[in-house]
Design a protein around this ligand. Structure first.
Ligand SMILES: NC(=O)c1ccc[n+]([C@@H]2O[C@H](COP(=O)([O-])OP(=O)(O)OC[C@H]3O[C@@H](n4cnc5c(N)ncnc54)[C@H](OP(=O)(O)O)[C@@H]3O)[C@@H](O)[C@H]2O)c1
Length: 252
């Protein structure tokens, strides 16, 4: 069980899923460190309620202080699957923040920076990593986003760290980038659909960012999710209360 002697590092804390993860951790009175490239953006979002550390997955030197005293890492960094400004183009052929650089090498840098006594490394991967040759994932993977996610997954599995890999479908709900933390905590999934968990990259569908954030935090309380990879989508009628124990019991 998580308690307030733990320190949870959220990489990608200012992103769509990341900010919801931070909100959920704070709601549970857990100490949070937010890893960001943009201190002002994080300060605006989280005020002084989290410990903000500036770092960039591309540069291992910037990660050393970020992981100090950290007991858990939740990594929800990402960039766009298709070329965009967020790839940080130097010229037409050279992007400084492409999927392979962030999701592949960058995630590996964070894994290598993590201390060996880390209690858990949670990695938000993607649906389709094991189906890259079939529609629609072959199109999604045109610029290698799924190759990069799989590279990150394998680096984590081979690291010896206790891990949980989460593979959501296409994300819905949010990002809630202009909201404050209190509004984030009240965010409800528009789809109002149940959480479905599967294994082997077999599920198809959309996933609420709220439920990805929920599962990133909830899995830390369940030992049966250690060293497991699972898929998550939303489908069917949402129950009043989500039974995480029952959902996680399906994966091991
Ligand atoms: N979109 C989908 O349909 C989909 C489907 C399946 C899985 N996923 C995965 O789900 C996760 C969350 O997605 P999202 O759309 O909620 O995320 P998002 O809003 O795109 O946020 C991505 C985060 O990554 C950070 N980041 C980017 N490059 C970085 C770098 N070099 N070093 C450190 N941080 C960096 C960004 O920080 P800055 O604020 O500094 O840019 C941002 O906080 C991602 O891992 C994504 O790949 C997405």
């Amino acid at each position: 069980m998580l308690d307030n002697s733990d320190l949870i590092l959220v990489a990608g804390a200012t992103g769509g899923v990341g900010q919801l993860v931070v909100a959920k951790l704070l709601d549970n009175n857990l100490p949070v460190r937010a890893l960001t490239r943009n201190k002002n953006k994080a300060k605006q979002m989280f005020e002084d309620r989290v410990n903000i550390v500036v770092g960039d997955l591309r540069y291992p030197d910037t990660l050393t202080s970020a992981i100090e005293n950290v007991t858990h890492i939740i990594c929800c960094t990402g960039t766009t699957a298709f070329p965009s400004q967020r790839w940080d183009f130097v010229n037409f052929f050279d992007a400084k923040n492409s999927p392979q650089i962030v999701e592949g090498e960058g995630v590996k840098n964070l894994i290598l920076a993590a201390t060996k006594n880390l209690k858990r490394f949670v990695f938000v991967s993607s649906s389709g990593v094991l189906r890259k040759d079939s529609l629609p994932f072959n199109i999604l993977n045109t610029f290698g986003v799924l190759d990069a996610k799989l590279y990150g997954e394998n680096a984590l599995k081979n690291s010896g760290l206790p891990y949980t890999i989460i593979r959501p479908g296409r994300l819905i709900d949010g990002p809630y980038t202009s909201y404050d933390l209190n509004t984030l905590l009240r965010a409800k999934t528009d789809g109002k659909k149940a959480v479905v968990i599967g294994t082997g990259d077999t599920l198809n569908g959309e996933t609420s960012r709220i439920d990805v954030a929920n599962v990133c935090v909830e899995c830390l309380n369940y030992e049966l999710t250690i060293n497991q990879s699972f898929d998550i989508i939303n489908s069917g009628k949402r129950p009043e209360v989500i039974d995480w124990q029952q959902l996680f019991s399906q994966i091991s």
